[in-house]
Write a protein that binds this ligand. Structure first.
Ligand SMILES: Cc1cc2nc3c(=O)[nH]c(=O)nc-3n(C[C@H](O)[C@H](O)[C@H](O)COP(=O)(O)OP(=O)(O)OC[C@H]3O[C@@H](n4cnc5c(N)ncnc54)[C@H](O)[C@@H]3O)c2cc1C
Length: 386
C-alpha cells in the first residue's frame, strides 16, 4: 500500500487531499490520510471577520471528505522522523508515509517584540480571533491598535472599525499601508480607511507591548485597550527539527516541482514552503497556495505512473483587500505581484473579495466531482483566487 500523508487541513492541505483523492479514485493501492487538530475548517481568509464578532459557517472537514476515501486523523503533529518516514501525533500515535505533503501553514510572529506573546491578540487560530472578539465586545470605548500594515492588518483594522464605531482603531505600521499597490489604488485604500475612522500611523517601530499600551522606539507610549498583532510570519519548527532543508524563516526549500530539496519524498505547499520563481521566493497567500497543492497532487499522480513531475510556475493576479463588508480595493497585478494599471474599488470590490473568500470551499467540492478540474486550474497557475 502506498501511504500518502498530508499534514494540515488548511486551504492547501484540503486542496491537495480532495484533488489527489479524485484523481486516484478507483486505485486500491494508495491510501491518503489527512491530519489536522480540529474537524472544523478554519477559514483563515475570514479570521478578521471572526475577530470583529461575526460568526462564520461551520464548515466541517469530515463532511467535505465524505465519499473521497481520505482518512481523517484529528491530532496535532509533534514531530517527523524523516529517516523512518513516520509522523508523531500528540496522543502518541505514529503514522507512516511513503509520500508526505507538508501543509502546516504559518502564523503571525509574536516572538520578535517583548510582550506580544503575552499581551497581544492574534489571528493565528479561530480561537485566538474569537478571544479578541469577546474582549472587544466587553470594551466600553478606548483605543485598539492593529500592528502591521500588510493586507491582514488593513482588513482587520477596517473590519473592527466598522463593527465597533465606539472604539478608536489605529493601524500601526513601519511602511505606508498598501505600499505594494499602485498610487491610485493606495490613495483609494486610505480614503476607505479614513471613511471608517481608522487612524494610520506609519514609520512606527513597536518595541514593547504591555496589557494597556504599546511603546515605540522613539520613546512614545500609546495607551491601548487591545493590540492585534499581524506583523511578520512564523512557521512551525517541525520541518527544521526533522532535518529538512529550510530557509532562514523555517520554510521548506523546494525544487522546481515542490519537492523538498533534501527529502524528495516530502512535498511542501502553501505558507510553509519556500518556493522560488523567476521573480523571487513566493510569499504566502491562498492565491498562490492552492495552485501549489493542485500541482503537488498532479505530480504525485505522475510519479505513481512512473513519470517525472513537471515544473511549477505561478504568476500573481491580484491583491484584494476588504474594507469592512461594503467596501474594498482590488489591485490587479503583474505575475510578480507588482501593481498593474487597473484596480477595482467600492461595492463591487467588496463583492469580488467575498467571492475570493468563499471560493476555496466550493472549489474543494468541485474538485471532488470533476477530477480534471485540478489539472485545468493548476495549469492556469494562480488565476483563480488572490
Ligand atoms: C485575516 C487574513 C486574511 C487573508 N486574506 C487573504 C486573501 O484574501 N487572499 C489570499 O490569497 N490570502 C489571504 N490570507 C493568507 C492565507 O490565509 C494563507 O496564505 C493561507 O491560509 C495559507 O494556506 P495554508 O494551507 O498554507 O495554511 P493554513 O490555511 O494556515 O492551514 C494550515 C493548517 O495546518 C494546521 N496545523 C498547523 N500546525 C499543525 C500541527 N503541528 N499539527 C497539525 N496541524 C497543524 C492548522 O491548524 C491549519 O489547519 C489571509 C490571511 C489572514 C490571516
Amino acid at each position: 500500500m502506498n501511504e500518502i500523508l498530508i499534514l494540515g487541513a488548511g486551504y492547501t492541505g484540503m486542496a491537495a487531499a480532495v484533488s489527489l483523492a479524485s484523481r486516484l479514485k478507483g486505485r486500491d493501492d494508495t491510501q491518503i490520510t489527512l491530519v489536522n487538530p480540529q474537524t472544523r475548517f478554519v477559514e483563515r481568509l475570514r479570521l478578521h471577520q471572526t475577530a470583529s464578532g461575526q460568526s462564520l459557517d461551520d464548515l466541517q472537514i469530515p463532511d467535505q471528505l465524505a465519499g473521497t476515501g481520505v482518512a481523517f486523523v484529528q491530532g496535532w503533529v509533534t514531530n517527523i522522523d524523516a529517516d523512518a518516514q513516520t509522523v508523531r501525533i500528540d496522543d502518541a500515535r505514529t503514522l507512516r508515509y511513503d509520500t508526505l505533503i507538508y501543509a502546516l501553514g504559518g502564523v503571525a510572529d509574536t516572538s520578535a517584540v517583548p510582550g506580544v506573546d503575552e499581551f497581544a491578540y492574534t489571528l493565528n487560530s479561530a480561537q485566538d480571533a474569537m478571544q479578541l472578539a469577546e474582549h472587544l465586545d466587553r470594551l466600553p470605548g478606548g483605543t485598539v491598535g492593529v500592528a502591521g500594515g500588510g493586507l491582514t492588518g488593513i482588513e482587520s483594522a477596517a473590519e473592527i472599525a466598522e463593527r465597533h464605531p465606539e472604539l478608536d482603531v489605529v493601524l500601526l505600521s513601519r511602511q505606508v499601508p498598501g505600499s505594494m499597490m499602485g498610487d491610485k489604488a493606495r490613495a483609494r485604500l486610505h480614503k476607505g480607511l479614513d471613511r471608517l475612522g481608522v487612524g494610520v500611523r506609519t514609520g512606527v517601530d513597536i518595541v514593547k507591548v504591555t496589557p494597556d499600551s504599546v511603546a515605540l522606539a522613539d520613546g512614545e507610549v500609546i495607551a491601548m485597550q487591545a493590540v492585534l498583532w499581524t506583523a511578520g510570519v512564523r512557521v512551525s519548527p517541525i520541518a527544521a527539527a526533522a532535518g529538512l532543508e529550510v530557509d532562514d524563516r523555517g520554510r521548506i526549500v523546494t525544487d522546481e516541482s515542490l519537492r523538498s530539496v533534501s527529502h524528495p519524498n516530502v512535498y511542501a505547499v502553501g505558507d510553509a514552503a519556500a518556493i522560488r520563481q523567476g521573480y523571487g521566493v513566493m510569499h504566502g497567500t491562498c492565491q498562490s497556495g492552492i495552485p501549489t497543492a493542485l500541482h503537488v497532487a498532479a505530480s504525485i499522480v505522475r510519479t505513481l505512473k512512473g513519470k517525472e513531475p513537471k515544473k511549477f510556475r505561478f504568476g500573481y493576479v491580484h491583491q484584494p483587500v476588504s474594507l469592512g463588508r461594503d467596501d474594498g480595493v482590488i489591485q490587479f497585478t503583474h505575475a510578480d505581484d507588482s501593481p498593474g494599471r487597473f484596480y477595482l474599488a467600492g461595492r463591487w470590490a467588496a463583492v469580488y473579495k467575498e467571492t475570493v473568500s468563499a471560493s476555496p470551499w466550493s472549489t474543494f467540492r468541485l474538485l471532488k466531482a470533476f477530477p480534471a478540474l485540478g489539472a485545468v486550474l493548476w495549469r492556469r497557475g494562480g488565476r483563480m483566487t488572490r
